[in-house]
Design a protein. Structure first.
Length: 291
């Protein structure tokens, strides 16, 4: 078979067998079906991208036959975890958002060579990475019920550039300052009660470009409420509808009472000054310009 691209999404499929017979296929999309059983049948050495999101897969997903896959999406199933991840020597992007069932279990050995990891919507409560993941540059753990940032975070994800911890229960940022290479950090809807800890964590991050701490107790009165639909996708992808929110926020900002506007404006300058000490500028989430 010379087929290289296979898209069977949205076809109400329940069972898939014999994919290994497609010896030259490099992209397979099985999103939005009703698949409960996946029988690949043999090694798929040519496959680079495999999409299995929005199905009914349960238990553990056996990935031993995906030896050269680089991108694997299996969001919104009922998976407990992956097995034989040691076979995924070339995996760069792994997404297992919002698994139902009894909860997802992921260990550092499953993901230590991955570059981009998306695990939003899976209750974890405790940090799960306990050994260094040097290749990891993008980590998304929104809505995972995390209560703290581990003190050893700089040891386990030292090279991360983008960190999304939206909608968790984190109240302290101790440890975050170790991530000196961060470019973007987002903690919308957490439990941060003071802004001093935010500024302290930012000092020394010489590559920082964007921070987003909206809808925390210490900032909730300063910004227009986030009214985007509370979908799983909305929580995980904080950058969506950013332009629309910026317009709403500009209008909201102009209507703030003087004392609240002064607090917001002052915090913006404190953040900028913290970054200037590190020799860089800060592209903040707000665009306060005196209007």
């Amino acid at each position: 078979h010379d087929l290289e691209y296979l898209d069977l999404s949205r076809n109400r499929l329940e069972t898939v067998k014999g994919l290994h017979t497609l010896s030259k296929v490099n992209f397979v999309n099985l999103d939005e079906n009703a698949i409960t059983r996946l029988d690949i049948g043999g090694i798929m050495s040519g496959l680079r991208c495999f999409r299995l999101s929005d199905n009914r897969l349960e238990g553990t997903l056996d990935v031993r036959q995906l030896v050269n896959v680089k991108i694997l999406y299996a969001d919104r199933n009922r998976l407990r975890g992956l097995i034989h991840t040691e076979k995924l020597k070339r995996l760069e992007t792994l997404s297992l958002r919002y698994q139902g069932g009894n909860g997802l279990v992921v260990s550092a050995k499953d993901v230590r060579d991955v570059r981009r990891l998306y695990l939003s919507g899976n209750p974890m409560s405790e940090w799960f990475l306990d050994e260094p993941c040097y290749n990891l540059i993008y980590l998304e753990l929104a809505d995972c019920k995390l209560t703290r940032i581990p003190k050893e975070i700089g040891r386990v994800i030292p090279n991360v550039r983008v960190l999304n911890l939206n909608y968790n229960f984190v109240s302290e940022l101790e440890g975050l300052e170790q991530l000196r290479r961060l470019k973007k950090v987002s903690m919308i809807g957490s439990h941060l009660r003071g802004t001093k800890g935010i500024v302290r964590a930012m000092r020394g991050m010489s590559e920082l470009e964007m921070v987003d701490f909206r809808m925390n107790p210490c900032t909730v009165s300063w910004y227009v409420p986030l009214l985007a639909e509370e979908s799983q996708k909305g929580k995980a992808d904080a950058d969506e509808e950013k332009d629309e929110w910026a317009g709403l926020d500009a209008k909201f900002r102009r209507g703030l009472p003087d004392e609240l506007y002064a607090g917001r404006k002052n915090q913006t300058w404190v953040a900028v000054e913290a970054e200037e000490e590190a020799g860089v500028g800060l592209a903040a989430v707000n665009n306060d310009d005196g209007n």
